[in-house]
Design a protein around this ligand. Sequence first.
Ligand SMILES: [Zn+2]
Length: 267
Amino acid sequence: MISYILVVAILILFFCVLYRLMSIGKKKKWNLPARALNEEERKILIDLVPFYKGLNNDEKKQFEFEIMEFLANCKITGVNTEIDATDKILIAASGIIPIFAFPEWKYYNLKEVLVYPKSFNRNFETSGKDRTILGMVGTGYMEGKMILSKNSLRHGFKNKTDKRNTAIHEFIHLIDKMDGEIDGVPNVLLENQYVLPWFDLIDKKIKEIASGKTNINPYAATSRVEFFSVLGEYFFEKPKFLKRKHPVLYDYLVEIFDQDMAERDLK
Ligand SMILES: [Zn+2]
């Protein structure tokens, strides 16, 4: 009897391990896009995404491929709002811009982006009180999902110099989360010896923000996590200005994202 139970237990364990291995294998695979970007979609990039315009021809091809690959693997769903090609392209571009230097990068931790018409509250309501949230990376039962407000997605690309872009902000949280923890340091991108100096620099800058001496969005002073995402927005939207005002911070971001953004022509 005991040996029978033991055999059953071993079999269950074996199938559990097999299932786990198969699901890990599945997680590490993204489908290839079924088609290339069409002219309408390319025009959206040309009209609205300065980062794309600053790329050379080969880089543009790579960017377009990664956009379509992203869209082939992450579902984009409108909640009480219609989603069109512009929304899809802008969301995918926001994901690709920060990791463009890492062609092997895939957002395995993202399955779906939910688009709300406007800002929402902690209960995901778009009417009523405390509707201050513009975007969010899901945790718990919302794991694998990101929520964006359509208004701020569009606004992030309309105003190209306000140092703000909600969708890029949320994708940087996802990059931060890739090592398992959202803590303000993307361990997958930053070598270990730089982590402590990076935290020291963040803490110093947060104090400067608190004293009102900088031009950094005060929301960055909320935590190291928010600091990293807010500075990422600044870095990708107004890099030359960031380099001039905060050169050390700028150098760290070049190291992390492996892109010298100030060298790119973002006009
Ligand atoms: Zn945030």
